[in-house]
Every structure is written in structure tokens, then in C-alpha cells.
Design a protein around this ligand. Structure first.
Ligand SMILES: [Mg+2]
Length: 219
């Protein structure tokens, strides 16, 4: 069985409303419109203290319900799972004792009709500590997953994300990297240069055709 790994934020969940609301909550709502087209662009407008407060709000369950599912993502993931692909959500959202985004994330997935963690082979892997580095965490998990599958030549791993770092982590761990370019938060060159073997796609519909042609028809 092949495995598809997907990032959550800005890959299946459009987080713009949550970011806008979080900026408002720390009293800097005006920054959203000035920086909406550049990933992390608000950094140059906020102090260290404001950034810290922003992340406390943004990276919590408080406004996760404002996230919108990316078009076709739930339909495509359900279809691939039904056709025998194993699904793993791998996210930098944290799951720390007393400070966890797991309940909100699971509820959001269920509410929007995504395959639900715990049902069948679907898993949700979250960062064990808020402060841990996303890429270090992802790389460690991916290497573990690749270790589980590498003894079986017929099984392959494919990973989907939105950030150059996602593709770099996938590639380094032996997972075929796909980046989605639909929000325009990174330049096309940044996405294409993220890894030698990266494929950049524009929508979940394109992901569906790509994964089906490579991992279903010819397996
Ligand atoms: Mg992301």
C-alpha cells in the first residue's frame, strides 16, 4: 500500500481568516492587508513581544474553526483513501500536554468531511512541543515512516505541502515531494528550487491526477 503524507496549514486548510483574526486580537489587524501576499510578511511590522502573542493565538484551537478547506482537498483525499492509499497528516501544529491543537484539528477535519484520524489507516502526526522546529520534527517523522516502508519495494511515499521546507524535508527523507502553489505566498522559483525532485502543482484536482497516474495505475 502506498502512503500519502499531507501537511495541514495552507495545504488542506486555508488559514487566512485565522491569521487576520489573530492579528486583530493582538491589536494589529491592519497588518494583514499589507502583508497578505507574502509568507510571514508581517514579521517586519511586529515586535518580538507581538510575534510571541500572535503565535500564541494563531497556533491554538481558538480560531481554527475559521480555516476554510482548500478546494477539492477533502474530496480528493477521500477518493485516494477509498482507492487504497494510506493517509498521514503531518503538521507543525503542536500536541503538548495542556497546550494542544489536536482536538480542534480533529474536529475541523471531521466537520469538513476529511478522512478522520483513527479511522482505518488514517493518522495525524503532530509536533510534540510548541517550540520545536517544524522542519526538524517533520524530517524525523518522515525518516521513521520511510524506515517502516523501505523493506517493501512495492510501497512508495509521496508528500504534499505548501512551503519549500516541506519539499526539502520530504526529499531528504526519500518521500516524493509535491508543492501546491495556489495562494501565491512563495515565488514559483522558490518552490521549484526547494528540492531536485519536487513537482509543483496548482490545485488538489491536479494532485488527484498526478497521484492516481503514478501510484494507482502503474503500481
Ligand atoms: Mg503548511
Amino acid at each position: 500500500m502506498h502512503t500519502l503524507i499531507t501537511d495541514v496549514d495552507n495545504t488542506i486548510a486555508d488559514t487566512r481568516k485565522r491569521m487576520e483574526r489573530s492579528l486583530s486580537e493582538i491589536g494589529r489587524g491592519g497588518v494583514f492587508d499589507r502583508t497578505r501576499e507574502e509568507f510571514g510578511g508581517f514579521h517586519k511590522f511586529l515586535s518580538e513581544d507581538e510575534l510571541d502573542r500572535l503565535w500564541r493565538v494563531f497556533l491554538s484551537d481558538k480560531y481554527v474553526h475559521l480555516d476554510r478547506p482548500e478546494p477539492d482537498s477533502a474530496r480528493v483525499l477521500n477518493g485516494l483513501v477509498q482507492r487504497g492509499i494510506k493517509l498521514i497528516y503531518l503538521t507543525g501544529r503542536h500536541d503538548e500536554g495542556g497546550d494542544t491543537m489536536r482536538p480542534g484539528t480533529e474536529e475541523w477535519l471531521r466537520e469538513h468531511g476529511f478522512p478522520v484520524p483513527g479511522e482505518g489507516d488514517v493518522r495525524l502526526l503532530m509536533k510534540p512541543e510548541r517550540r520545536a522546529d517544524d522542519k526538524v520534527f517533520k524530517l524525523r517523522e518522515l525518516r521513521g515512516l520511510n524506515g517502516e516502508t523501505s523493506r517493501d519495494e512495492a510501497r512508495r511515499l509521496v508528500g504534499i505541502g505548501d512551503m519549500p521546507d516541506d519539499a526539502s524535508a520530504y526529499s531528504q527523507a526519500g518521500v516524493e515531494p509535491i508543492l501546491l502553489d495556489w495562494l501565491g505566498l512563495f515565488s514559483r522559483d522558490d518552490l521549484l528550487n526547494a528540492a531536485d525532485d519536487v513537482t509543483v502543482l496548482n490545485s488538489w484536482e491536479e494532485v488527484e491526477s498526478f497521484v492516481a497516474s503514478r501510484y494507482l495505475v502503474y503500481r
